[in-house]
Design a protein around this ligand. Structure first.
Ligand code: FAD
Length: 806
């Protein structure tokens, strides 16, 4: 056995073998994989092998599509058969909301060039002759979907990797992991130690066990998942017909042809976790005892849908453990706080998704970044709140709702109140409807008296539309308060702090205390990794604010780039400070009643900070905001939040001050054309494409990503971010809708909603540069309907920023 390698991959399931395969494909041969048993002996062994292209998210569709393209090629490349079958797959809809979901997905598929067709009940009968179409209102058909033999495809990738020089050591458990003083990793296996530069934890069911060896808690728990193979269906035997895979997500199952029989895989609503404290190390290649009771109703329903199964007995019952994370996405990328330790685990659709996740893990290692934005899979999307108990509760919900309709901005009930700010109860009593981000409960909107603060889910405008409109109006005309305590907050200090921040930020870091700079942090490719507001609070001390969900990611990004000589200290202040936003033309009047500080623009200009007192409490007041109105972000000791909030509310009474929520903030920011991280800003886009050049300072000297931006400026932009008005009746864009000029797709919506002040449906979108001029008329497909749309100036509301600077 080799005792030194550049990379050691732990785990020989599909995730590990795909990582190894792609590392070698990208040119690294000094790579090793170890498995405690045979290859595929974890979840991979038991999988059904369905490989669909369908996904609600844009990049996850790309992920799925990669497998559909790669798997059929592997036999020719490696000599190992993988048993790939292109069967197509059909999703039926039993209600109009589901159909709307399909229409949205079909629009997104068009952008990606993925073949999918919306089908009627009559089409469905032709595609799936054995189906009873009662109650079906339509469906979605993906003709290129297929299935593969999970073990064979894993072996094929292992073989491909070996052919390019990789070494695989099976029956060799990893017992521990340590680090040398020179920061090399030592993987202690039963057969000896392997020293390496980089580790990939691809240990599937044991992802968290391996994580614990290096001090990480990883929220991955195994769930029992069953699929039942029925005896041959006479019609299939007689006709030899090949059926596509059938999914009835409203009843919650898939049904696949296996030779001449059918196999049903349900997602039941009383799921069962399996060894939530950690899967025993000696588990391998064993099915668990089946529990038909849990899935009986779904099976009966499925048989009723395909009556030809009526006489077919059960041939085989398979119950296998499958890994889940709280949101059902995997844990990928660099592990928080560890150098050269990568994750590729927690997969619940691993046979489909590990083809691409292996590629992107290899890119992350070799090229420093994956070629697509993977923030939805980045393990750092979870903070410490995602402990075992929280994760378990959320995972039970996620499994149960595996096939549920994913409504835009849907608020799900499990594992709530992980983090609440001191005003939570007060806001709740005032009718707040809360959503959750990174464990934080944050007010989405406020239900007026007589209305329950509960969202009615819909792809169209729904019960919160009017109340949100009232909140927007109040902020634009009077004044509103919003609790944004979930913001991530860091202090970066030390004699090297300014130099460091100037290197990792595209904008110039303020030189004078009390000045604020808005900036992106970029990667080497010039793409956006973080979006921050930086305030110089004293000599060599900077206060950095980032999105709530970015806490661990941004902290890790900064810590890993910071010099190790003690000249820069980075502290997480998130839980020390609360944040109250006060915004609106009357915000100065309200705040002035509570402070001696002169808040006039001459003394307290836009984009500046002062330490003030609000009533009794010390507050760092930043004159900035996301609504486009005069306003302040008030950062205060968290324990003084109630006192400040009550004082603000009392002072605001005479001005008609209201509470407002995130939905109103999103509407207000759209009218201003402000970008959001995860929508317009992500690691596939540069600030130049996002129209943020005013926040890039090329003159300040070198910064991370500068060279790439200069090159992009020279080459010119292929696409630009635009704001568009959309002529719709009752549905707004939510992101990922295709934009057409005639029949040509020329862009993609990144986020959208209704602009209550301007009285128009608005969409932000990247379009080919030749279509980015204000006035350009295009069409946007909203829930399958072509809607006329027009490019408007990016700051549609108050383009001169007069109100902001007022
Ligand atoms: C019944 C069932 C049906 C499924 N159907 C589908 C489907 O149709 N489509 C789909 O896409 N997905 C499906 N899945 C999910 C899919 O099987 C998993 O997502 C995928 O196999 C996960 O692969 P993995 O490599 O991450 O983990 P695993 O397959 O669990 O592999 C982990 C490997 O790590 C090794 N290992 C662990 N600890 C150590 C250690 N200490 N030292 C050395 N080696 C170690 C293990 O031996 C194992 O081989 C199904 C799963 C089940 C159970």
């Amino acid at each position: 056995m080799k005792n030194h390698a550049r990379v050691v991959v732990i785990g020989g399931g599909i995730a590990g073998c795909s990582t190894l395969y792609h590392l070698t494909k990208l040119g690294w041969a000094d790579v090793v994989l170890v498995d405690k048993n045979e290859l595929t002996s974890g979840s991979t062994w038991l999988a059904a092998g369905n490989v669909p292209q369908y996904h609600r998210s844009f990049n996850s569709t790309k992920i799925n599509d990669y497998a559909v393209k790669l798997y059929p090629t592997l036999e020719e490349e490696t000599g190992q058969a993988v048993d790939w079958h292109t069967t197509g797959s059909l999703r039926i809809a039993l209600n109009q909301d589901r159909l709307q979901e399909y229409k949205h997905v079909a629009g997104k598929d068009k952008i990606l060039g993925i073949e999918s067709q919306l089908v009627t009940p009559e089409d469905i009968k032709k595609i799936y002759p054995l189906i009873k179409t009662d109650g079906i209102v339509g469906g979605l058909f993906h003709p290129q979907d297929g299935h593969v033999d999970p073990a064979s495809v894993t072996q094929a990738m292992a073989k491909g990797a070996r052919q390019r020089g990789a070494k695989i050591y099976t029956h060799n458990p990893v017992m521990n992991i340590t680090q040398t003083p020179s920061e090399e990793w030592v993987v202690h296996t039963e057969k000896g130690d392997i020293t390496c530069e980089i580790i990939v934890n691809a240990a599937g069911l044991w992802t968290s066990t391996i994580g614990a060896m290096v001090g990480l808690y990883l929220p991955v728990i195994a769930m029992e998942h069953q699929h039942i193979l029925f005896e041959d269906v006479p019609e299939l035997v007689e006709t030899g017909m090949q059926l596509p895979l059938l999914r009835d997500p409203d009843t919650s199952y898939y049904m696949r042809q296996e030779a001449r029989g059918l196999l049903i895989g349900p997602y039941e609503n009383s799921p069962q976790s399996w060894y939530p404290d950690g899967v025993p190390l000696d588990y391998a290649s064993q099915a668990l005892p089946p529990v038909l009771d849990r899935i009986q109703d779904i099976l009966m329903n499925a048989i009723d849908r395909v009556p030809a199964m009526n006489e077919c007995g059960v041939k085989e019952e398979i119950n296998g453990p499958i890994t889940y994370t709280p949101d059902g996405g995997p844990l990928l990328g660099p592990a928080f706080g560890l150098k050269n330790f990568y994750l590729n685990g927690g997969h619940c659709f691993g046979i489909t998704q590990c083809a691409a996740y292996g590629l992107h893990t290899a890119e992350w290692i070799i090229e420093g970044e994956p070629s697509i934005d993977l923030s939805a899979a980045d393990s750092r999307r979870y903070g410490d709140y995602a402990n075992q108990y929280w994760a378990h509760e959320k995972i039970m919900e996620t499994y149960e709702m595996m096939y549920a309709i994913e409504y835009p901005g849907e608020i799900r009930p499990a594992a709530r109140k992980a983090k609440t700010s001191p005003v939570y109860d007060t806001l709740k009593a005032k009718g707040a409807c809360f959503s959750q981000t990174y464990g934080w409960e944050r007010a989405s909107w406020f239900a007026p008296k007589g209305m329950a603060p509960v969202e009615e889910n819909s792809f169209k405008r729904t019960n919160w539309h009017e109340p949100v409109g009232m909140e927007c109006k109040a902020v634009r005309e009077r004044v509103g308060v919003l609790d944004l305590s979930g913001f991530s907050k860091f202090e970066v200090s030390g004699c090297g702090a300014e130099l460091f921040l100037n290197y990792i930020c595209a904008n110039k870091i303020p030189v004078k205390s009390g000045k604020i700079a808005v900036s992106c942090m970029l990667n080497q490719k010039g793409n956006i990794k973080c979006d921050v507001t930086i305030t110089k609070i004293a000599k060599d001390r900077f206060f950095v604010v980032a999105a709530a969900a970015a806490e661990k990611h941004d902290l890790d990004w900064m810590l890993k780039l910071a010099p190790k000589d003690g000249s820069v200290i980075i502290e997480n202040m998130t839980y020390r400070y609360g944040t109250l936003v006060i915004a609106g033309p009357k915000s100065r009047d309200v705040l002035s009643k509570l402070t001696d500080t002169d808040l006039g623009s001459a003394c307290f200009p836009f984009a500046s900070m002062q330490n003030i007192f609000v009533n009794l409490s010390p507050v760092m007041a930043l004159r900035i905001g996301f609504t486009g109105e005069l306003g302040w972000e008030l950062y205060h000791p968290i324990e003084q939040q109630r006192e400040i909030y009550d004082a603000l509310m009392k002072a605001g009474e005479e001005y008609g001050m209201v509470d407002f929520g995130l939905r109103a903030m999103m509407s207000l920011r759209l009218e201003k054309g402000y970008c959001i991280l995860g929508g317009e800003m992500n690691s596939e886009r540069t600030p130049l494409e996002a129209g943020l050049e005013r926040f890039v300072n090329f003159n300040k000297g070198n910064f991370l990503g500068r060279q790439a931006l200069i090159q992009q400026k020279e080459t010119g932009l292929a696409e630009n971010l635009v704001l568009m008005t959309v002529e719709t009746d009752d549905a707004d864009t939510i992101g990922d809708e295709p934009i057409f000029q005639g029949n040509e797709i020329v862009g993609r919506v990144t986020s959208g909603g209704y602009g209550h002040t301007v009285g128009k449906s608005l969409a932000m979108a990247y379009v080919k540069s030749e279509f980015a001029k204000p006035g350009t008329r295009l069409d946007i497909s909203v829930l399958g309907k072509r809607c006329p749309a027009q490019v408007v100036p990016t700051a549609y509301y108050d383009p001169e920023n007069e109100r902001l600077r007022g």
